[in-house]
Design a binder for this molecule. Sequence first.
Ligand SMILES: Cc1cc2nc3c(=O)[nH]c(=O)nc-3n(C[C@H](O)[C@H](O)[C@H](O)COP(=O)(O)OP(=O)(O)OC[C@H]3O[C@@H](n4cnc5c(N)ncnc54)[C@H](O)[C@@H]3O)c2cc1C
Length: 406
Amino acid sequence: MTCPPSAADADAEATADAVATVDAVATVDAVATVDAVATVAVIGAGQAGLSVAHHLRRRGFRAVSGAGDRGGPAGRTVVVLDANQRPGGAWQHRWASLRMATVNGIHDLPGTPLPPVDPAEEARTAVPRYFADHEAREALPVLRPVRVRSVTPVDARPDGALRLDTDHGSWLVRAVVNATGTWDTPVVPDVPGAASFLGEQLHSRDFVDAEHFRGRRVAVVGGGISAVQLLGEISLVTSTVWYTRREPVFLPGGFVHEVDGVDVERRVAADVRAGRPPASIVSYTGLIWTGALRDAARRGVLERRPMFTRVRPHGVVEADGTDTSVDVLLWATGYRADLDHLAPMHLRGPLGGVPVAGTQVTDEPRVHLVGYGPSQSTVGANRAGRAAARDLDRWLAVHEGAPAHD
Ligand SMILES: Cc1cc2nc3c(=O)[nH]c(=O)nc-3n(C[C@H](O)[C@H](O)[C@H](O)COP(=O)(O)OP(=O)(O)OC[C@H]3O[C@@H](n4cnc5c(N)ncnc54)[C@H](O)[C@@H]3O)c2cc1C
């Protein structure tokens, strides 16, 4: 079933089943208005969410899709909720010029090898098609479009049930795996005067193609992969100027995934475990030279200027006081983790991040974050999905007195 559950699907029996199946001691009041129940809810069906769902099902969880599916005393269940209209996670929204040949590499979804693909095809069509095939092959019902608005404990007990309120009804679950990515939470720094700018301002997530900027002078802001890729493309059709807060670091020898990737994951994991908000991956890896970037460097496009201090109606004021005219401000300034719906769980620590060990939120075994911190890549998301499924299986086994499936 691929349509969202409706609040109208709720029936009186749901309350009793919710209490019996999800949490034998939750009060009836706490679940009186719930529409459906599952053991685990996976929020988000990008690479990370699909990986969790795959591994949970391998461990015997049955996928459910509405109020009629309530599992049973011996049946663990999983529901996958996704805010997008279609399969593909954030890939369906990538800009047109991002081709299969220019992505950094897409790891297979578990159980479904990526088929041969035309390198010239847009990633925003090829990857969603692959995700859709995977969902069909796995007969995985993903409820979409369903946006989770909030996740709330039903009572004060540390292992009590969690209530999910969505734009299509509510769910009662024992645990949540959050796999919501970052695409819906772009970051734009607060620069004085930005509101007075009379040209066009946009974030890189809204980039369509370089032609859109022809004849206009574009300031590209940011030191990450998106910034340099877009700079390379836009500078082929119009004049550009590049601003970054820090001097970008290009890796002289390129990035060796097997060796450097392990070290990067270890460093990101240490930050996340300590409760620091995860920084952009490029701040850990540095930038990797590609053919397009070497070409941009030869054309003199990668001459970076220190971040401007102020925006004026027709340009920016640079750090040394120079007034520079620009027609477009393109903020390639990254994203933050999309976790606002978890606010009622009070997961953030004093350093501003959510402390996470492995994929589990520290001291909160009911919540796992995948595609977060060290698992912010397609390969990392895959591994995190497997780990979250294993850890939840074990945690539930301890609470139910039943063996885990490993
Ligand atoms: C421009 C760009 C290029 C990239 N290229 C690569 C690359 O080549 N290789 C690589 O490994 N990584 C790449 N990455 C990183 C990549 O995004 C991740 O590796 C991975 O695809 C993210 O998967 P995800 O499942 O965590 O998130 P997403 O793909 O973003 O999926 C999250 C899903 O959660 C849903 N969602 C969000 N909020 C809610 C909610 N409240 N309720 C319900 N559903 C919700 C969204 O609708 C979405 O479908 C790139 C990132 C960017 C920005």
